[in-house]
Design a protein around this ligand. Structure first.
Ligand SMILES: NC(=O)c1ccc[n+]([C@@H]2O[C@H](COP(=O)([O-])OP(=O)(O)OC[C@H]3O[C@@H](n4cnc5c(N)ncnc54)[C@H](OP(=O)(O)O)[C@@H]3O)[C@@H](O)[C@H]2O)c1
Length: 279
């Protein structure tokens, strides 16, 4: 039984691939240019681009299950190729943004909803993982300034978020791919605890054994800095999420515990796992 992992070098995809491999499952890794992806030697590897449907039959041949990133531009081609290859089950890394009360004005919500709808209408078994803010976003926000200057610049130091560890998202995906009872279900996945941004920075400092200088900056300066590392669509979403986190406590979730039977990983654990990224 072959499981195809799209985005197998992604933050989440690489842990999905590792989790399946650790179970002894037959896994096929894909990337748009797998030669540059740093995949482990001996792995089954196929080049595939979700936005180029002609690349999909080779990737999906003989496959039973698929881990998928949301690419609206190619989704109809993916569904057709998956159905004709005999794929049975798809686990999609979607976004909690699809639950936005005004999705039409939220480009992240819109793009993920397009993908979810196409899969829902198909004959495939599906599970949607709908995360809130990833803990790995801290690399976008602060990796360079912490590593190079020992500084984190924040417009809203007291804003709270509930970052979710990429390992937990991958673990949810592996469970949904390999165990019964998760079909036609959507799991909203926030982190297990709400922390202010300054607490998050302090936890990174504790993980790397270095005092980090917290500097409060204007929203405009934060926008400029974020634009250097985040795609444009993400910058406004991050700023809006932070601003919302100054007014209301963010949602946390226990979905990891419910589905996998162990608690979700904390941000302190994430900071320890990524300490070398900030050194
Ligand atoms: N960051 C957040 O806070 C957040 C919150 C909710 C949801 N999400 C969703 O989570 C996803 C990002 O997850 P991540 O951090 O694991 O991603 P990532 O590390 O940025 O990796 C993205 C992966 O997607 C693959 N990919 C990109 N375009 C592709 C295409 N046309 N065809 C096939 N593969 C393609 C890339 O593969 P190659 O480059 O190797 O081809 C890469 O492995 C996004 O869809 C985002 O909307 C993110």
């Amino acid at each position: 039984m072959i499981t195809v992992v799209f985005g197998a070098r992604g933050n989440v995809g690489r842990h999905v691939a590792a989790g399946l491999t650790a179970r002894g499952d037959e896994v096929r890794l894909t990337g748009r240019d797998p030669r540059t992806a740093g995949f482990p030697p001996g792995a089954q590897i196929v080049a595939a681009d979700l936005e180029r449907p002609e690349t999909l039959p080779a990737a999906l041949e003989g496959a039973d299950r698929v881990f998928l990133y949301a690419k609206p531009d190619g989704i109809d081609g993916f569904v057709a190729a998956a159905e004709s290859a005999g794929v049975r089950r798809v686990v999609l890394l979607s976004s909690g943004a699809v639950l936005d009360s005004d999705p039409e004005h939220n480009p992240i919500a819109r793009s993920h909803s397009i993908v979810e709808s196409a899969i829902e209408k198909s004959g495939l078994e599906w599970t949607f993982i709908r995360p809130g803010m990833f803990a790995t976003n801290a690399l976008w926000w602060w990796q360079r300034s912490i590593r190079d200057e020992g500084v984190a610049r924040l417009p809203y130091p007291e804003a709270r978020t509930a970052p979710v560890h990429e390992h937990d998202l991958a673990a949810l995906a592996v469970t949904a791919l390999t165990e019964p009872g998760h079909q036609q279900r959507a799991y909203t996945a926030f982190g297990p605890e709400a922390l202010t941004l300054s607490q998050q920075v302090r936890q990174i400092g504790a993980a790397i054994g270095r005092e980090i200088d917290l500097q409060v900056v204007s929203v405009e300066q934060a926008r400029t800095e974020l634009s250097e590392t985040i795609p444009a669509m993400g910058v406004e979403a991050v700023l809006a999420g932070w601003q919302a986190g100054t007014a209301e406590p963010p949602e946390v979730s226990t979905i990891v515990e419910e589905v996998i039977g162990r608690p979700g990983r904390t941000f302190a654990q994430w900071a320890n796992d990524h300490a070398n990224d900030f050194r």
